[in-house]
Design a protein around this ligand. Structure first.
Ligand code: KIV
Ligand code: NA
Length: 265
C-alpha cells in the first residue's frame, strides 16, 4: 500500500486515530512490522544498547544509524521511517544538516529525530529550513545518560514540566513536524498536546499522546535486565513476533495500551 506521509499523521491526530510506532533496525523485523500495520518505524539510537550491547546510546555514530536505516527502508513501503540523530551529530546547525542529509539521501529516511539542549530549536530550524522533516525528542533524553546519572522520569516539578511544554511550542514554531515525549508524567503530555498542533508520540508518557512507540526488543521481551514500567510484553500473550506486533498495533489503536500502570502520574 501507499507510503504514509506527514499529512496522513496530521489527519490521524485530527481524527483521534492513534499512531502505532515501533523501533526496528533490520529488514526482517521491519517487514514484519509493516505486515502487522505499524505506521511509523524509528531506527532509534537505542540500537547502541539492543544491537551493539553498549550501556547507553552515547557511543552510536551516524554511520551506524545510516547502515540500519538502509536495512529498514529497503524492506518497507507504507511505514514512515524516522532516523535518529545520534549524540553530537546535532552539535551545530550546519553539521546537523549535513548528517541529516546523509540519512535522507544515502539511507532514504523520511524524517530525523533529535534530542538536544539549548541549541535544539536552532538545529531544528536549520533542518526544517532545508526541507528536512523533523521530530523533536523531549522529556527523558537518553543521550544525557551520564549527565542524568541514568534514565529517570523528567518534568515532575512544575518548572521542568513548563520547560518541556515551552520547548515543544518553540520546536513547532521552528518547523518541527512531530514531537516525541519520553518518560514524562501524563499531565505533561496533556500540556504538550494542548500547546501544539503537530502529532505527539509518547513512550512512558501516558494515554494523551496521539501515538505510542516502544523499543521492539522491549515489547518482544528479548531485552535483558529490568524493563521500564511503561513496557508491556506483547510476546507473552501472542507467542510470535508478527502476532506480537499486530497485538501492539491493535491495542494502541483501541487505546487498550497504555494502561495507567504503564504511565507516570
Ligand atoms: O532510540 C530510540 O529507540 C528512541 C525511542 C525510545 C523513542 O529514541
Ligand atoms: Na533515541
Amino acid at each position: 500500500s501507499k507510503p504514509l506521509n506527514l499529512g496522513d499523521f496530521r489527519t490521524m491526530r485530527a481524527n483521534g486515530e492513534a499512531i502505532a510506532c515501533l523501533t526496528a533496525y533490520d529488514a526482517a523485523f521491519a517487514a514484519a512490522q509493516e505486515a502487522a500495520g505499524v505506521d511509523l518505524i524509528l531506527v532509534g539510537d537505542s540500537l547502541g544498547m539492543v544491537i551493539q550491547g553498549h550501556r547507553s546510546t552515547v557511543p552510536v555514530a551516524v554511520d551506524d544509524i545510516l547502515y540500519h536505516t538502509r536495512c529498514v527502508t529497503r524492506s518497507v513501503t507504507r511505514p514512515w521511517v524516522v532516523a535518529d540523530m545520534p549524540f553530537l551529530s546535532v552539535r551545530s546547525p550546519d553539521y546537523a544538516v549535513e548528517q541529516a542529509g546523509r540519512l535522507m539521501q544515502e539511507a532514504d529516511a523520511a524524517m530525523v529525530k533529535l534530542e538536544g539542549g539549548e541549541s535544539q530549536v536552532d538545529v531544528a530550524r536549520a533542518l526544517a529550513d532545508q526541507g528536512i522533516p523533523v521530530c523533536g525528542h523531549l522529556g527523558l533524553q537518553p543521550q544525557l545518560f551520564y549527565k542524568l546519572g541514568g534514565f529517570k522520569v523528567q518534568g515532575r516539578e512544575a518548572e521542568a514540566a513548563q520547560a518541556i511544554v515551552d520547548r515543544a511550542k518553540a520546536l513547532e514554531q521552528a518547523g518541527a513536524d512531530m514531537i516525541l515525549l519520553e518518560c514524562v508524567p501524563n499531565a505533561v503530555t496533556q500540556g504538550v498536546v494542548e500547546a501544539t498542533s503537530v502529532p505527539v508520540i509518547g513512550i512512558g508518557a501516558g494515554p494523551h499522546a496521539h501515538g505510542q512507540i516502544l523499543v521492539m526488543h522491549d515489547m518482544l521481551n528479548v531485552t535483558t535486565g529490568r524493563k521500564p514500567r511503561f513496557v508491556k510484553d506483547f510476546m507473552a500473550e501472542t507467542g510470535g513476533v508478527e502476532a506480537a506486533f499486530a497485538a501492539y498495533v491493535r491495542e494502541v489503536k483501541s487505546g487498550a495500551y497504555p494502561q495507567p500502570t504503564h504511565g507516570f502520574g
